[in-house]
Design a protein around this ligand. Structure first.
Ligand code: IMP
Ligand code: MG
Length: 179
């Protein structure tokens, strides 16, 4: 166990089980359709790759970048979006994969962006949902785990660009980010 981590939050096995359930949920919803799956970089990358590979429905994939944190554990409000989407989202059923919905600002910004660009529907699937910290009125359509008000790292999620490659989710010690 890495010194900065307080404890494992969800194991690799627990994550894989939940990701498969999310993939089945999406398969039922998108059977016979032609959805475009968009991963929000970098945090969702592990979740996204496991999710689309667990789906039976063929999907196209693309990525967007959103960043609001820098080297801090608190979101700075409106995120900067970089959308170098290679495919048009116009008329598309979009599956948006997020790592975590915290204040909800990122989700609102990306959803509005996709809607303005003409997406037919936007279905939001997130690995983690932290409802206690929501400041805007938004909910993911599906979440794998509900998280308490702790800073979570691993399986794509970072603190100051670290810990993303851990195969499990862990709670970061408060003294690491509270100075
Ligand atoms: P929001 O805009 O406040 O909902 O924040 C969303 C983004 O903040 C997520 O996509 C994450 O990149 C980051 N974030 C929020 N909470 C955590 C956490 O506990 N661990 C790691 N990243 C987090
Ligand atoms: Mg992040």
């Amino acid at each position: 166990m890495i010194e900065d981590l307080r404890r494992v939050y969800f194991t690799e096995k627990e994550i894989q089980t939940k990701v498969k359930e999310a993939a089945h949920w999406l398969d039922e919803r998108f059977c016979g359709k032609n959805p475009l799956a968009i991963g929000v970089l970098k945090g969702s990358v592990m979740f996204f790759c496991d999710l689309v590979r667990a789906m039976q429905t063929p999907v196209q994939i693309d990525f967007m970048t959103a960043s609001s944190y820098g080297a801090s554990a608190t979101s700075s409000g409106t995120p900067a979006l970089a959308a170098d989407l290679s495919a048009s989202v116009e008329g598309r059923d979009v599956i948006l994969a997020e790592d975590i919905v915290d204040s909800g600002n990122t989700l609102v910004a990306i959803r509005d962006f996709l809607t303005k660009r003409g997406a037919k529907s936007v279905t939001v699937v997130t690995l983690l949902e932290k409802p206690a910290r929501r400041t805007v009125n938004v909910k993911p359509d599906y979440f794998c785990f509900e998280a308490e008000d702790e800073f979570i790292v691993g399986y794509g999620l970072d603190y100051n660009q670290q810990y993303r490659t851990l195969p499990y989710l862990a709670i970061l010690k408060r003294e690491v980010y509270e100075h």
